[in-house]
Design a protein around this ligand. Structure first.
Ligand code: F6R
Length: 242
């Protein structure tokens, strides 16, 4: 696991975007793995700059989001379908037909989950997976005790994650209780993984991920087994590393 400590949150985005761009440039049809939430926004801003300045061509790229809420109207501004469209697809000029988000409003969620894993495989697998990390060590919505072998599936969100995400909704009651998320096994299949974290609230989760024992209680710790995992953090998120 490569760990890069940056002076501030914007530099985290720049360094992580450079890594993502490097992987994309080496692939003829790059397949990106996308995270939502606050952490990756600086990466998307820097990728947009790189595309705008002609330093990166994503014209042939496709993308797969990590997760989606269950039971939230896809047109809701906080559905991950909407968030990905607003923060990634449009600014980076990706072809919307090649940007995929799990279907949290499918009638048969298990079938939708299995179909999602198949679609990733049919696209040739993810070249570079962008990840944030929850304050409880989750990646995607793989909450503590998630199986390392898990594939895309339905999960119940913990109270802590619902409280963390309440800021995007009017009240806690409006935060969905379930989601569809890529599994830890699905995420580990990506050929490169770039995890970013900023701020002191992530410091404990980062330390447990990088230096703690590999345990299902800290789902991100499974990345210690990944051959090409890069963790890019600011000084505050790095503050509990030894
Ligand atoms: C989002 C996701 C989550 C977030 C994590 C951190 O697609 O999969 O794992 O990355 O909850 O969220 P932020 O970045 O908002 O602190």
């Amino acid at each position: 696991m490569e760990v890069i400590i940056c002076p501030d949150a914007d530099e985290v985005g720049r360094v992580a975007a450079a890594k993502v761009g490097q992987v994309c440039a080496a692939a003829s049809r790059p397949v990106l793995g996308l995270a939502t939430g606050s952490s990756p926004l600086a990466i998307y801003r820097h990728l947009q700059l790189m595309v705008g300045e002609g330093r990166l061509d994503l014209g042939r790229a496709s993308a797969f989001a990590l997760d989606e809420y269950v039971g939230l109207d896809p047109a809701h501004p906080e559905s991950y379908r909407s968030v990905i469209h607003r923060t990634v697809t449009e600014p980076l000029g990706l072809d919307p037909d090649r940007v995929h988000v799990p279907d949290g409003s499918a009638e048969d969620l298990e079938q939708a989950a299995a179909g999602y894993d198949r679609a990733i495989a049919e696209a040739g697998g993810v070249d570079v997976q962008i990840l944030g990390i929850g304050s409880n060590g989750h990646i995607g919505f793989n909450e503590p005790t998630s199986s390392f072998a898990s594939r895309t599936r339905i999960k119940t969100l913990t109270q802590r994650t619902r409280l963390d995400n309440q800021r995007f909704f009017d009240s806690l009651e409006d935060v969905p209780t379930h989601c569809l998320t890529q599994g830890l096994g699905t995420i580990m299949d990506a050929r490169h993984v770039v995890l970013v974290a900023q701020g002191e609230a992530k410091a404990q989760a980062v330390a447990a991920t990088v230096e703690g024992p590999v345990t299902a209680l800290v789902p991100a710790s499974v990345l210690q087994f990944h051959q090409r995992a890069t963790v890019v953090v600011d000084e505050l998120a790095a503050s509990r590393l030894q």
